[in-house]
Design a protein around this ligand. Structure first.
Ligand SMILES: CC(C)(COP(=O)(O)OP(=O)(O)OC[C@H]1O[C@@H](n2cnc3c(N)ncnc32)[C@H](O)[C@@H]1OP(=O)(O)O)[C@@H](O)C(=O)NCCC(=O)NCCS
Length: 214
């Protein structure tokens, strides 16, 4: 009997993650050029300059990155806004997600799965312990509790970014934070000093991540 006919092997998942500086993304003469009319309008409505810059950089990076697999110009990448605020692409089954924090902007994409990405600059957070108690899974709580005080912010963002990425990939909310990591594949990257970066994808894997770092 050929068992292969009866066994459903998990499909491999390939995810690319791109991390870039907001300032660098905005440094050319017209960073708004690749954005759609909707995105340009939305950017104009954002009053805070850092938030506006982060939004423009995120969409610029998403368009740049997705133009390669979609084989089109960045301005032609079809991006629609979902009602929950998550931008989606309607091209070739490609799914993507954007995150920004401080001077950093990240985009993850996959042709095989829904993805979520989160980037955070590692910084002091006054309510860190309460957030850990209220939202972190037990393994993350134990890791935080056993970290030396000077490492706690790093451990906090190591887990926080994974939780955010998992919630974004699965379309769930913070109420599901305790078990969200069990529902997705997830991985972190700590190659950039001072930055926590994590990605999550729905599915069973095996997961292969290509990190594109500055
Ligand atoms: C809404 C949320 C995604 C914002 O996250 P954040 O850490 O403040 O900001 P990030 O920079 O990491 O992510 C923001 C980007 O994620 C994307 N995004 C927005 N809403 C999203 C959602 N519901 N799911 C996935 N991605 C979303 C957008 O691209 C947004 O950037 P843009 O508006 O400039 O394009 C965050 O609150 C979150 O992850 N919550 C958990 C999931 C959740 O509660 N979703 C809300 C369900 S309605």
């Amino acid at each position: 009997m050929n068992l292969r006919k009866f066994i459903r092997w998990p499909s491999p998942l390939n995810v690319a993650v791109h991390l870039r500086g907001v300032d660098e993304l905005l440094s050319n003469s017209n960073p708004l050029a690749p954005l759609s009319a909707d995105e340009t309008r939305r950017a104009a409505e954002i009053r805070s300059l850092p938030r506006r810059n982060a939004f423009v950089a995120g969409r610029k990076l998403a368009r740049e990155v997705l133009s390669v697999p979609l084989d089109c110009a960045p301005e032609a990448v079809p991006i629609l806004a979902e009602s929950n605020g998550n931008p989606v692409s309607i091209g070739e089954g490609i799914q993507f997600n954007v995150s920004h924090c401080g001077d950093w902007c990240a985009v993850a994409w996959s042709a095989e799965s829904a993805v979520g990405v989160d980037v955070e600059t590692i910084r002091p957070v006054p309510s860190m312990t309460a957030l850990v108690r209220n939202f972190f899974p037990s393994a993350a709580q134990r890791a935080f509790d056993s970290a030396a005080p000077q490492n706690r912010a790093k451990v906090f963002f190591h887990w926080w970014t994974q939780i955010e990425a998992a919630l974004k990939a699965s379309g769930r909310g913070l109420d599901d934070s305790f078990d969200c990591l069990d529902q997705v594949l997830h991985e972190t990257c700590d190659a950039v000093p001072g930055v926590a970066l994590a990605v999550a994808a729905e599915g069973r894997g095996p997961l292969t991540i290509t990190w594109h770092l500055p």
